[in-house]
Design a protein around this ligand. Sequence first.
Ligand SMILES: O=C(O)c1cc(C(=O)O)c2c(n1)C(=O)C(=O)c1cc(C(=O)O)[nH]c1-2
Length: 252
Amino acid sequence: MKEFADAARGGLSADALEKTLRDVGASRYHNLHPLHHMMTAGLLSKEQLQAWALNRYCYQAMIPRKDAMILARAEDPAFRAAWRKRIEDHDGDDGWNGGIARWLKLATGLGLDRELVASQKGALPATRFAVGAYLSFCTDRSLLEAVASSLTELFSPIIISERVPAMLAKYEFVTEDILEYFRPRPAQASRDADFALAYVLRHADTPEKQQAVIDALVFKCDVLWAMLDALEQAYGDHGHVPPGAFDPRPSQ
Ligand SMILES: O=C(O)c1cc(C(=O)O)c2c(n1)C(=O)C(=O)c1cc(C(=O)O)[nH]c1-2
């Protein structure tokens, strides 16, 4: 956290705060991670992509739960009306026709068993810890910090625009149908990030609150980064799969 640790000292204008938040993404978002670069270069095996999809399901499954936590803590009905769209995006209107279902389609399209993925049993311990830390953060910290921690969505259209064309071009088993999850995401993410950014710029009105929102975004970048670190450690060339986690290697 060194480079942003006292970024708000003395207080920032709204423009300067927005610039600092965008600088956090430019230097710490997970599109800078080597595993993302391997993925877009076509260098991952099908099994490594399976491990990514299986672990990332834990994140997807938790997102509407943390958004429900934020919703419960918000006193302003207009805020709640805007925020609840995020839950609808993921859960759909019956639980299984939204983003979570589309992520399962991605995972099964890569050859994984639906029940294994949905059970989250094969996920890496570090994935579960990272995802749990995000949920705890949105439960325990101020509403302002919880909202700020969603601001990685400012940058998700960038990583999606890198990931999707590269996956289609580099992996013959990946189809547009499998990647349907991502099709509405850039528009949804821009809508959500614009709302969250306006909220943060309006409510972070002291140097302390400004520092807290910067730290919240750094924390969230760390969550996403830690998830890719964990995958690299477990499924990289010299990695080792923790006991109980998804193991695509043939048993010896
Ligand atoms: O594809 C990605 O790399 C990516 C990143 C992020 C993110 O930056 O947190 C989200 C998503 N996707 C996503 O699909 C999603 O629904 C989402 C919700 C949130 C959030 O923190 O509320 N982030 C993200």
